[in-house]
Design a protein around this ligand. Structure first.
Ligand SMILES: Cc1ncc(COP(=O)(O)O)c(C=O)c1O
Length: 396
């Protein structure tokens, strides 16, 4: 039943996520008996490692079923600080860490804490859809920073510089990147740091795929720039690295003043993250890491298989991703828009994938596939993609 009462005006400024919409359509097709291969959703197809599940069960049995401090239990914040400090030689203190129910809420809270109406926030495009949506929701101006295929989907420093104004409050980056699998080049990161120092804005760096790397030596984190720590918000989480999407666990690392503000938001929104889930997070970081290594090895095998298949299909090409579990395939030579191609693949060939434009206007000419699915499914999907491109029904 429709209500005659109006929703808040700001709801008109909130976007959705293409992946969830395509998933709903694909599920409907499946209900009518059509076989669909799912390449649309970005979540690991592995189970959460057993030691992490056991840690949560043990915590429940110990009675860790009450509120925790809003900022997160000290043991988890210490584990996060230790992880970052041992990886980057940084000096993060537990007081600078705030635990959130997922990376997504960490993005929302970070922007809520620093952005006023009328401020400008520069964000990657194509990029994770929540950035643009939340910036708009908060009444700020979302300024897209184009990512360049020819730079491995890093940005051009001169493009970034040209977008900075006195109203620029923050620049969001994401490395390794969704939807492209690219990483930000070291020299581009250095330029960004220099610009943040010169113009005075926050850098929000979403590094949720920081462990899913195929060329680790090429990866640069904002944590490698200690002199900038007062202007940095690091976003990270457990969903991707530890196959924990349904647990809802993420965090921010920033200066103490902002960490206090983020904690205040936590108090007002969710009070705290489920306490036993936080204990599972401690085990994830402190326990054995071989399950992560095995997942990354399997993702690499799938990536290489897909790239090899794509290289033999005329008319499409793909940048070799350095991280995450997505391929951003260039279909510009096919003579069909990304949206139409994605629809055709779903309706006529039973392959659910995403149009590049689900990630912003600079995604036109690309499609995203997630290879967080079995080799068998990937093979089937590639056979269907190959057939679609041979048949070229859109030209008939
Ligand atoms: C770039 C990026 N950031 C953040 C998230 C949010 O992850 P979660 O809320 O599950 O921690 C995702 C999930 O797809 C993502 O791709």
């Amino acid at each position: 039943m429709m209500s005659t009462l109006k929703l808040a005006e700001r709801m008109n400024r909130l976007g959705t996520e293409g992946a969830f919409e395509v998933l709903a359509m694909a599920k409907e097709m499946e209900r009518s008996g059509i076989d669909v291969v799912h390449l649309e959703i970005g979540e690991p197809d592995f189970d959460t490692p057993r030691n992490i599940v056991d840690a949560a069960v043990n915590a429940l049995n110990r009675g860790e079923t009450h509120y925790s401090p809003a900022q997160g239990i000290l043991e988890l914040r210490e584990a996060i600080a230790d992880y970052l400090n041992s990886r980057y030689g940084s000096s993060v203190k537990p007081s600078e860490v705030v635990v959130f129910p997922g990376g997504k809420t960490a993005i929302m809270a970070s922007l809520m804490a620093i952005v006023d109406e009328g401020d400008e926030v520069i964000y990657p495009n194509p990029g994770y859809p929540a950035y643009e949506s939340i910036i708009n929701f908060l009444g700020a101006r979302a300024v897209p920073l184009p990512l360049k295929e020819e730079r491995g989907f890093s940005f051009k420093p001169e493009d970034l510089e040209a977008l900075i104004t006195p109203k620029t409050k923050a620049v969001i980056i994401n490395t390794p990147q969704n939807p492209t699998g690219g990483i930000i080049r070291k020299e581009d990161m250095e330029k960004l740091i220099e610009l943040a120092e010169k113009h005075g804005f926050y850098i929000i760096s979403d590094e949720i795929y920081d462990r899913i790397l195929y060329d680790p030596e090429k990866f640069t984190s904002v944590m490698e720039f200690p002199e900038m720590r007062d202007k940095i918000i690091l976003l990270n989480g457990f969903s991707k690295t530890y196959a924990m999407t349904g647990w809802r666990l993420g965090y921010t690392v920033t200066n103490e003043e902002l960490a206090k503000a983020l904690t205040k938001l936590a108090i007002n929104i969710h009070s705290c993250v489920a306490t036993f889930v936080q204990w599972a997070g401690v085990e994830a970081l402190r326990g054995p890491q071989d399950a992560v290594d095995a997942m990354v090895a399997e993702f690499r095998r799938r990536r290489d298989y897909l790239l090899e298949r794509i290289s033999r299909i005329p008319g499409i090409r793909c940048h070799k991703p350095e991280g995450a579990f997505y391929l951003f395939i260039n279909i510009q030579d096919l003579g069909i828009s990304s949206d139409e191609f994605a629809k055709l693949m779903l309706k006529e060939y039973g392959v659910a994938l995403l149009s590049g434009t689900a990630f912003g206007k600079y995604g036109e000419g690309f499609i995203r596939i997630s290879y967080a699915t079995s080799m068998e499914n990937l093979k089937k999907a590639m056979d269907r993609l190959e057939r679609a491109i041979q048949e070229r029904r859109w030209e008939k």
